[in-house]
Design a protein around this ligand. Structure first.
Ligand code: SAM
Length: 298
């Protein structure tokens, strides 16, 4: 079974990028009254403690979300970042940062007053499914939220196109298996055939591995071939080069960068990220290689 547990990584710089973009996309889609369906093909446990054993082991949030709230930016926070920070703060007592919401809870917060919307969560890991189920039960969301202990790549097929005809799909695998990269591209290709007007948001790691390098290129090609607009945003916080300690031992740098690729993005997203991404770089940079990219097409 898989060993990836998001609890080790919750609130890291990749979550800052992913969740800021997710929230911005969803806020825009929720401006219209018409019903929405949101799919989270790799949901995780839903809610995380930043002071728990898992989080302490890697302390990744210290270089991500916790660093953002601890540092005063030169300028006020960009609106998209402020919205993300406010949303995370709403899960905590004033001034405390112990709880971090994963994508299911971020999504639910936006749609909770909209009974007509539906949220479908896929999670395959038995322990995470159990925790997710217990966490979601506290929301008393009834039939608005469904948890499926299924392979998200396959399970999504039966739901597309959704009756609502308006939908956002977040695809956020752990990429623990090399095959995940290919499966993401296949799922997006298949989904665009089934439901071309959906909004698709894919997170991916930027690491020195050919499959990772190729994925955003493949997604761009798929969007262009389908004649759909797209937006790609990346955040790099440090160099990906391997370092050596004083004894010559190789130090693994940890995740240096990640990206979000969105097909059929809201037209407001690029302008919002143009303000938010430089601030993420300023506040989360770990060395002189920190940077962002933002491109769009279609
Ligand atoms: N989306 C979550 C968030 O932002 O809070 C984090 C998800 S985490 C990066 C990826 C999750 O996918 C893990 O919990 C893992 O157990 C689960 N997983 C792995 N392979 C899967 C599959 N084929 N289908 C559904 N879930 C899977």
């Amino acid at each position: 079974m898989f060993s990836y547990r998001h609890a080790f990584h919750a609130g890291n710089h990749a979550d800052v990028l992913k969740h800021t973009v997710l929230l911005a996309v969803l806020r825009h889609m929720a401006q219209k009254d018409a019903a929405l369906t949101i799919f989270d093909t790799h949901a995780g446990a839903g809610l995380y403690r930043l002071d728990g054993d898992y989080a302490q082991t890697s302390a990744e949030a210290a270089e991500g979300f916790l660093k953002l709230v601890a540092t005063k930016p030169k300028e006020p926070f960009a609106p998209l970042l402020q919205d993300y920070l406010d949303l995370v703060a709403s899960f905590n007592k004033a001034g405390s940062h112990k709880v971090y919401p994963g994508s299911p809870f971020i999504i639910h917060r936006v749609i909770q007053e909209r009974d007509r919307d539906k949220l479908k969560l896929f999670e395959l890991h038995p322990t995470d499914t159990k925790t997710l189920t217990a966490n979601i039960a506290q929301l008393e969301a009834g039939r608005q939220i469904a948890i499926l202990r299924e392979d998200g790549f396959e399970g999504i097929k039966k739901f597309l196109p959704p009756p609502s005809r308006r939908a956002l799909l977040l695809c956020d695998p752990s990429y623990e298996l090399k095959t995940d990269y290919g499966r993401v591209a296949e799922m997006v290709a298949d989904s665009l055939v089934r439901f071309a007007t959906g909004t698709y948001a894919v997170w991916y790691p930027i690491i020195p591995r050919p499959e990772a390098h190729d994925l955003p290129k493949k997604l761009k090609t798929l969007a262009n071939k389908a004649g759909k607009s797209w937006l790609g945003a990346t955040l790099t916080v440090k160099s990906s080069k391997l370092l050596q300690d004083d004894e010559g031992e190789v130090i693994r740098p940890g995740l240096p960068a990640s990206g979000m690729f969105i097909i059929n993005p809201p037209h407001t997203l690029k302008a919002g990220l143009q303000k938010a991404l430089p601030q993420m770089v300023e506040l989360l940079k770990q060395d002189a290689n920190a940077t962002f990219t933002l491109e769009s097409g279609g």
